[in-house]
Design a protein around this ligand. Structure first.
Ligand SMILES: Nc1ncnc2c1ncn2[C@@H]1O[C@H](COP(=O)(O)OP(=O)(O)O)[C@@H](O)[C@H]1O
Ligand SMILES: C=C(OP(=O)(O)O)C(=O)O
Ligand SMILES: [K+]
Ligand SMILES: [Mg+2]
Length: 580
């Protein structure tokens, strides 16, 4: 008799004996619609559906009836990391705060990307400021192949270059030091070879409106200069605050302690940005982060463009990193699919002391308006060079988690740092710790929500999700299940930051990838039918068969059933299922 491993059985195959099922990864299950019965481990007899991953003997014709491998993961759309986390830590131990990693030269090999994925990276960010499109294409394809072949669920985000005034050449290949009192020429002219004390800016209008006596600040404070002479459009400057010029350092000008307008009428999206967006769409990225958004018009423009390209499912994340964007925050959040608190440039545009308050306000407003929000830049800045974070950095990460931000982002820590995986594990451990503290302290009960929905169906959905979250917390259920096409119900549940994880079952791959950014949501790609009751029973049976739900566990199920011919009335419901 043949012993076959890692193969699935056709629905209806009769199993007579399972000789060896010690590994916890070997899972027995019915198909999603299959019916029949489920079993996990041990000897058994019975009839199974698809979705079996086991070592089996088949009655009669030996391995006859064994077909292509399908694990529980594939049938239920589980990704390997969530499945592993659930098995290891149980429902309550699953991390809620999502993690975004910037991919750069330090982590772009397949092996390094896999390590980041295993370490909990939910979204990989590619900053189009750096490197050629071929490089980005290669990374995107590696991530997609890891998802397909190794069962990860990592979404891809491209981040536009935007219209920034920055250094293109400072006369050295990497960084260069500016000493106190040294005199430098800032110009937009190209020059041959290396010219000491000369800095080339990327934009010829960089000095427009700048006056003698203004301060020129590098990278929001890495070094400072005073403009001592204007020669045509060139500026002669004296270093007043010694420091470092990094490659592509950003330039900003200050007068009387206020930022001098710096966008110079440049469009939010440059010609290069549009080409990068075109590239991203053709590579099927999930998110486009838009740098230096100043109003909602530019966000709507991009969203309209995406819908004309039939890429309406690509989500637009507006980066809040300018003074103007803070003045139009609400309209920008409403127009976008998500927000990034881009503290790097924000710290160049507003005094640093204002950053913590602005961050809290943005995170709060995003939750009110039900848009996911990423807190970005310098969370663990010292880890670019050192293997342990500073106390202040851990406190900063914890504060973003306490504010219930949806996601935290690594920049240089993963892109160029020596300890990217370690930085990711610091984010992971710190956020898990803070989340469990928040549950014990019942922090989410302090969240106030104002009503978002206007139409009756929207108001019903909102109330259902609010009550469901409250019930889930009060009853201490193990998990919340929600069936969602476009992710709306899942995001409304997430907005309430409930204690148990939210398993969002969707049959739309782009919804799954978009939900990857939302707090507490584990998106699962499944093939469900119009019969919601059958879906619920099948799902629970299948998870139970995988050994991940046990007797007396309780699941709160939220469903939003659109009208069909058979049931012409739409209905929303909350059910509590106790596993027997
Ligand atoms: N694709 C890349 N290629 C080379 N270097 C990169 C890449 N992405 C990021 N980096 C490096 O990582 C640093 C931090 O990344 P990020 O915060 O995205 O960029 P920036 O500092 O330019 O705003 C960058 O300054 C750059 O040195
Ligand atoms: C995330 C940011 O944008 P970028 O890294 O593209 O400058 C930031 O400014 O914080
Ligand atoms: K950028
Ligand atoms: Mg920025």
């Amino acid at each position: 008799m043949a012993v076959v491993r890692n193969l699935s059985l056709m629905r209806g195959t009769i199993i007579t004996k399972i000789p060896c099922l010690e590994s916890k990864n070997w899972v027995f299950g019915t198909s999603f619609f299959g019916g029949g019965f489920c079993c996990n481990g041990g000897k058994m007899k019975g009839k199974v559906g698809i979705g079996v991953r086991a070592m089996v003997r088949v009655s009669g014709e030996e391995s006859e009836g064994l077909r292509d491998f399908k694990g529980l993961r594939e049938v239920l759309g589980f990704d390997v990391v969530s499945e592993g986390e659930l098995r290891e830590k149980g429902f309550m131990g699953m991390r809620k705060t999502k993690l975004v990693c910037t991919i750069g030269p330090a982590c772009c090999s397949l092996e390094d990307l896999e390590k980041l994925a295993l370490g909990g990276m939910n979204v990989a960010r590619l900053n189009m400021c750096h490197n050629a499109r071929e490089w980005h294409r290669d990374v995107i394809r590696k991530i997609k192949s890891l998802n397909e072949e190794k069962g990860f669920c990592v979404s891809v985000m491209i981040d536009t270059e935007g219209s920034q005034i920055h250094v293109v050449d400072h006369g050295a290949p990497s960084s260069v030091k500016a000493e106190d009192g040294s005199i430098w020429l800032f110009t937009a002219r190209k020059f041959e070879g290396s010219r000491p004390f000369t800095v080339q800016a990327n934009y010829e209008g960089f000095s427009e409106g700048i006056e003698v006596g203004d301060d020129l600040i590098i990278d929001g404070g890495m070094a400072g200069f005073e403009v001592i002479e204007k020669i045509g459009s060139d500026l002669r400057c004296k270093c007043t605050d010694p420091g470092l010029f990094l490659p592509r350092a950003k330039l900003s000008f200050w007068r009387d302690e206020k930022l001098v307008g710096r966008n110079y009428g440049l469009h939010t999206l440059s010609t290069k940005d549009w080409a990068d967006i075109e590239f991203g769409v053709s590579e099927g990225v999930d998110f486009i982060a838009m740098s230096f958004v100043n109003d909602s018009g530019s966000v709507r423009h991009l969203k309209n463009y995406l819908s004309t390209k039939s890429s309406a499912s690509t989500k637009v994340v507006a980066k809040i990193e300018s003074l103007e964007s803070l003045q139009k925050l609400e309209e920008i959040i409403e127009a976008s699919d998500g927000i990034m608190v881009a503290r790097g440039d924000l710290g160049v545009e507003i005094p640093l002391k204002q950053i913590p308050i602005v961050q809290e306000e943005i995170v709060h407003l995003c939750r009110q308006l039900n848009k996911p929000v990423i807190v970005a830049s310098q969370l663990l800045g010292s880890m670019v060079e050192y293997p342990t974070p500073t106390r202040a950095e851990v406190a900063d990460v914890s504060e973003a988690v306490r504010q219930y931000a949806d996601a935290l982002m690594l920049s240089g820590e993963s892109a160029i740092g020596l300890y990217g995986q370690k930085a990711l594990s610091v984010l992971q451990m710190t956020s898990s710790r803070m989340e469990s503290w928040g549950r014990v302290e019942n922090q989410q009960s302090r969240l106030l929500h104002y009503q978002l929905g206007v139409s009756l169906p929207d108001r019903i959905a909102e109330q259902i999700c609010k009550c469901a979250a409250e019930m889930a917390n009060k009853l201490g259920v193990d998990a919340i299940f929600v069936y969602t096409k476009h992710g709306h119900m899942a995001s409304l549940l997430s907005r309430n930051r409930p204690n148990p994880p939210i398993f969002a079952f969707t049959n739309d791959d782009s919804t799954r990838m978009a939900l990857n950014l939302q707090w507490g949501v584990i998106p699962l790609l499944v093939d469900f039918s119009a019969d919601m009751e059958a879906n619920i029973t099948e799902t629970i049976d299948l998870i139970k068969s995988g050994g991940m739900l046990k007797e007396r566990d309780a699941v709160l199920v939220v469903s939003d059933v659109p009208p069909t011919r058979a049931t012409p009335m739409a209905f929303q419901s909350i059910q509590v299922k106790t596993i027997t």
